[in-house]
Design a protein around this ligand. Structure first.
Ligand code: GDP
Length: 421
């Protein structure tokens, strides 16, 4: 993998069974990124079962299994290169917590490929994922109309699905003028790495070409340091070492920092990255560091570290825009699920539902509605039950989004509009 190519975090989204895993497997395979042992193992198993061909979904299943067994946390397994970019697939599609990770995961996606099966068209999770992508600020969508082999590579079927998807994108106000649609078969490999003979009527780019043509992600903002704390260790000879990933800003030796909401601070004595001491660290870096005078019990997971003179805000209440994805009944004021924001998990009460938003126009559909339900978008006022550090997404997008979980599921997602400290 190339270190100096610009990096892209890519999400693969779409309805279950439309071919996300197969596509990821295919992309890794075509770019020579599948570990040799996975290919070998699969060949053996396929021969035993008397099956030919290469099932690309298998690659992903195998990696997911390895990960569950704790064998591999090697991110390289989900990376591939095009001529101009180094891509990381953000989390494993199909993974139970995919949606949550899309929001609070270590790496948020810059762009996404939406997979829509040609024989099925727009389905419930197609809508849900497009809605989420819009809410969470995915820049560009590339639309892969998959399983073209199942509709005999018919241009009419392709156009029909394009028109359904275009309607959906218009509804949630994704600009569709320069959206790239590509007829693909993840299974057969059509228009992934090479132009397909089966789709003579199509003269656009292959999927890999389209990925390579994506605009470069925006350079990191000049936002102040925000470093959500993942864990706090005690290391002999050094002392207390909080670890986490820098979302914005830089961390330098000698900086005066503050941890919120624990509300303690001090001077940065040492910074470590990959077991080596470094003088400073930048967005995307996973660091362990030591701050003068801070003990293990002074700080905790969910704290955010920032400059002492521009500390992370702690919300007494905050206003947010939420999208309800799946809730078995209705959500009313007083509901208190767990909010997941960066590394924090805090029970928060939805104090009031202020406005229902029409997703097709983004305009207010109803003031002070009594309830909201699955599929609704709304502006709500939220009161954390314990101190929570969170920021308006217009100021620091990396710390301005959250997932709402209840009953073991992600039921809603949202972004912070404003914070009352
Ligand atoms: P996911 O749930 O979106 O990750 O979907 P999978 O990748 O697991 O695919 C679901 C099923 O569709 C599997 O049986 C795949 O083999 C099959 N599939 C995926 N892509 C294609 C394709 O392009 N053509 C055909 N015929 N089948 C496909």
């Amino acid at each position: 993998m190339s270190e100096d190519q610009p990096h892209q975090n890519l999400a693969i989204i779409g309805h279950v069974d439309h071919g996300k895993s197969t596509l990821v497997g295919r992309l890794l395979y075509e770019t020579g990124s599948v570990p040799e042992h996975v290919i070998e193992q699969h060949k053996e198993e396929a021969e035993e079962k008397g099956k030919g061909g290469f099932e690309f979904a298998y690659v992903m299943d195998n990696l997911a299994e390895e990960r569950e067994r704790g064998v591999t946390i090697d991110i390289a397994h989900q990376e591939f290169d095009t001529d101009d970019y180094n891509f990381t697939i953000v989390d494993c599609p199909g993974h139970r917590d995919f949606v949550k990770n899309m929001i609070t995961g270590a790496s948020q996606a810059d762009n996404a490929v939406l997979v829509v099966a040609a024989d099925d068209g727009v389905a419930p999770q197609t809508r849900e994922h497009v809605f989420l992508a819009r809410t969470l600020g995915i820049n560009e969508l590339i639309i892969g109309i998959n399983k073209m082999d199942l509709v005999d590579y018919s241009e009419d079927s392709y156009k029909e699905v394009i028109s359904e998807v275009t309607d959906l994108l218009n509804q949630v106000q994704f600009a569709t003028d320069d959206t790239t649609f590509i007829p693909i078969s993840a299974f057969e490999g059509d228009n992934i790495a090479e132009e397909s003979d089966e789709t003579a009527w199509y003269d656009g780019p292959t999927l890999l070409e389209a990925l390579n043509d994506l605009p470069e992600p925006e350079p990191p903002t000049d936002a102040p340091l925000r470093l959500p704390i993942q864990d706090v260790y005690t290391i002999s000879g050094i002392g207390t070492v909080p670890v986490g990933r820098i979302e914005t800003g830089t961390l330098n030796m000698g900086d005066n920092v503050s941890f919120q909401p624990s509300d303690v601070g001090g001077e940065v004595k040492t910074i470590e990255m990959h077991h080596e001491e470094v003088p400073s660290a930048a967005p995307g870096d996973n660091v362990g560091f030591n701050v003068r005078g801070i003990g293990k019990d002074d700080i905790r997971r969910g704290d955010v570290c920032g400059p002492a003179d521009d500390p992370p805000s702690v919300a007494e209440t905050f206003q947010a825009q939420v999208v309800v994805m799946q809730h078995p009944s209705v959500i009313t004021a007083g509901y208190t699920p767990v909010f997941h924001a960066h590394t924090a998990q805090v029970a928060c009460t939805i104090e009031s539902i202020d406005q229902k938003i029409d997703p097709s126009t983004g305009e207010v559909a109803e003031e002070d509605p009594d309830f909201i339900k699955s599929g609704d978008a709304a502006v709500v006022t939220v009161r954390p039950q314990k101190p929570l550090s969170i920021e308006p997404s217009s100021e620091i997008p990396e710390l301005g989004s959250f997932a709402i979980r209840d009953m073991g599921q992600t039921i809603a997602a949202g972004k912070v509009l404003s914070v009352e400290e």
